[in-house]
Design a binder for this molecule. Structure first.
Ligand SMILES: [Fe+2]
Length: 303
């Protein structure tokens, strides 16, 4: 297993096709399926085989249904075109291949158009357990099955609306520094909310909490830890806590928030937007995540 290293391939950190697209400034790309090496497919197979029993045990039922209706392949990397053929009639969502990091506003705006920016590279075999950046396993096996659920898909669209609201609310602020400060706070609050729901959210279920967050659903080891470990604090989601809570990416999450249902989650994004309009997100607690210059600029430029 994992013996052959091919010069081709679409491995995270070594994918000439993606690197060239990035150097040309092309954010939206295609999925050149024939470039995947046998090693790339083998990584998918190994990740899928390892995590499948954990999905059965810890994932929410909508995710499991999503895996089935998308006919997510277990033995090879999926073609995005095949996934989209099955996904689009259900909720209108599509996986859209990208060459790398999508700055904040553009990311949320894609969600508003029901397009999910999707990484096409896959982690190398020596980094099976942890990769700080997304790969196709995280995006397609972790996120996309959730996009078959209508209320969840609508929730993502509402995030896109919130990004537009943030632009609209700050566009009239004359002082550029003050505008940047307010946007930084609002984007930090939105990112934290996204982190503790879409990426690491838990939901109340008939047999206790189950996972709907994609960071959990694409990590074999953290998925079990998130639900079973006594080291994890799990609390009903409180907006005032979430938007002020530091989010660290490079460790198992010590604190997770539980929502009641997808309708509950949808309502929470409404509340997030209301708070934004009331100015309650203009001064959130400092700390992670850092809002990158490119994220801020994407919001400033959208005005
Ligand atoms: Fe993600």
């Amino acid at each position: 297993m994992f013996q052959t290293l091919t010069p081709q391939g679409l491995s995270t950190g070594h994918a000439p096709f993606v690197e060239e697209a990035r150097s040309r400034g092309d954010l939206y790309i295609s999925q050149p399926y024939d470039l995947y090496s046998e090693e790339n497919h083998e990584v998918w197979r190994a990740l899928y085989q390892r995590i499948r029993p954990r999905w059965e045990r810890y994932a929410n039922p909508s995710f499991l249904r999503g895996i089935e209706v998308l006919e997510l392949p277990s033995d090879r990397i999926p073609r995005l075109s095949e996934i989209n053929q099955r996904l689009q009639p259900l909720t209108g969502f599509q996986a859209k291949p990208v060459s790398g990091y999508v700055p904040g506003f553009l990311f949320f705006d894609c969600l508003r158009r029901r397009e999910f920016p999707t990484t096409i590279t896959i982690r190398p075999p020596d980094r099976m357990d942890y990769l700080p950046e997304p790969d196709i396993f995280h995006d397609i096996a972790g996120h996309v099955p959730m996009h078959t659920q209508k209320a969840f898909a609508d929730t993502l669209v509402r995030f896109g609306d919130c990004a537009h609201t943030a632009v609209e609310l700050t566009a009239g602020v004359r002082d550029r520094q003050e505008r940047a400060r307010r946007l930084t706070n609002i984007v930090k609050a939105m990112s934290r909310f996204f982190w503790f729901t879409v990426e690491f959210g838990l939901m109340r279920g008939p047999r206790g909490a189950c996972a709907y967050g994609s960071g959990l659903l694409s990590s074999c080891s953290e998925l079990a830890h998130a639900i079973d470990s006594p080291e994890v604090q799990r609390y009903p989601l409180q907006m005032e806590w979430v938007v002020n809570q530091v989010a660290e990416i490079d460790r198992y999450q010590p604190l997770l928030f539980i929502v009641d249902s997808f309708d509950h989650l949808f309502g929470l994004v409404d509340r997030l937007e209301r708070w934004m309009r009331e100015g309650k997100l203009d001064n959130v607690a400092p700390g992670l995540p850092d809002i990158q210059e490119s994220d801020l600029r994407s919001f400033m430029d959208a005005a």
